[in-house]
Design a protein around this ligand. Structure first.
Ligand SMILES: [Fe+2]
Ligand SMILES: [Fe+2]
Length: 344
């Protein structure tokens, strides 16, 4: 939490009331800016960051709707209290419906004002659409820069992880997931093999078949990735952790690292299993050309209910045209080098 004094803007046309209000706020340790002009409120709100705005709805030129619409456009949305006289209570009540935190009846009373202000400031603040969008873009940039930094040590080309992310979000959407987790799985899925960073190159880029010992070590990338992502408060990283840990689990319980079965495997990981294998089968290996879609399909269909959750697999079949389109738009140009037999 940022440690700063809460900053309050009071917009009210009565100078005595303003003086009183700013004295009360100051006595409670708030930093307070006041104005008697509604057109100043606009300028002040855009030039500084306020935690709370107290707007007197009885002053001309300050319709609640305008004030509330204005704060929604700010990068950091302040709490809003409106104030009015008893006769205008209806207007004040409407302002709450329109998004104000609460309203205060005039004449102002110290206790009343301070209680409402404290309560409004305690409420978690909404994030504006612009800030939300910026946060998403930052999240995305961090994920893909991280992946780029780790580099292309294995077959996990940047195109591969991006495609797996896109396939996963197409599947999540097809399964009826809400918009936010559907957006998140696109990034979370791209981190599925992040644990490979700890696997020696001699294993990771080995062209031939891995020895049992090497394969046992390779399998550890699931737990290593999950450990690296563990404990985050960000839902996208919590999902990424589940995916990293369980993307090699199989529906019939023969996968790794835990051998869990069916719906005990997080749904996000069951989704990524299909997306990852589909893309891997159609990708080139140093020792073979990509499989044709028919060949890849024969393998995948044979694994419905074994490797893959049958319900998600049916969704995958339905959405195949979208998968093909993504594949067509995002081609690999890399040589890949992992033993395909380890995928299935
Ligand atoms: Fe993996
Ligand atoms: Fe992969």
């Amino acid at each position: 939490m940022e440690d700063r004094t809460a900053k309050v803007l009071v917009v009210c046309q009565e100078p005595e009331a303003l003086e009183e209000l700013s004295g009360w706020f100051a006595s409670e340790g708030y930093s307070c800016v006041t104005t008697t002009r509604s057109d100043d409120a606009d300028k002040l709100l855009r030039s500084d960051r306020f935690d709370l705005v107290l707007g007197d709805l009885d002053m001309p030129g300050l319709p609640a709707a305008d004030l509330l619409a204005l704060v929604q456009t700010l990068p950091s949305i302040p709490a809003v209290l409106t104030a009015t006289t008893l006769e205008n209570r209806e207007t004040a009540a409407m302002s709450v419906e329109a998004g104000a935190d609460s309203y205060i009846l005039k004449p102002f009373m110290r206790k009343d004002v301070l209680i409402h202000a404290a309560a409004a400031l305690k409420r978690p603040r909404q994030v504006s659409a612009a800030e939300d969008q910026a946060a998403r873009e930052r999240e995305e940039e961090i994920v893909f820069r991280l992946l780029a930094a780790i580099g292309r040590r294995s077959d996990e080309t940047e195109e591969h992880v991006r495609r797996v992310g896109l396939y996963a979000s197409v599947l999540a959407d097809g399964l009826g997931w809400a918009a936010e987790p559907t957006r998140e799985i696109r990034l979370a899925a791209a981190l599925h093999d992040i644990g490979e960073v700890a696997i020696p190159d001699s294993i990771l880029v080995k062209a031939g078949r891995l020895s049992p010992e090497e394969y046992a070590l390779m399998k550890k990338h699931t737990e290593i990735g999950a450990n690296a992502l563990d404990g985050s408060e960000l839902s996208v990283l919590r999902m990424a952790r589940d995916i990293a840990l369980a993307h090699h689990e199989k529906w019939d319980g023969t996968g790794y690292p835990k051998g869990i079965v069916g719906e005990d495997i997080p749904e996000c990981a069951r989704i990524v299993a299909i997306a990852d294998v589909y893309d891997a089968l159609l990708s080139e290996r140093v020792y073979r050309l990509p499989l044709s879609e028919d060949e890849a399909f024969a393998i995948m269909v044979a694994n419905k209910g074994k490797y893959f959750d049958p319900r998600i697999f049916d969704c995958f079949l339905r959405l195949l045209p979208e998968f093909r389109m993504i594949r067509g738009l995002m081609q690999d140009d890399d040589d890949l080098s992992i033993d395909f037999s380890e995928l299935l």
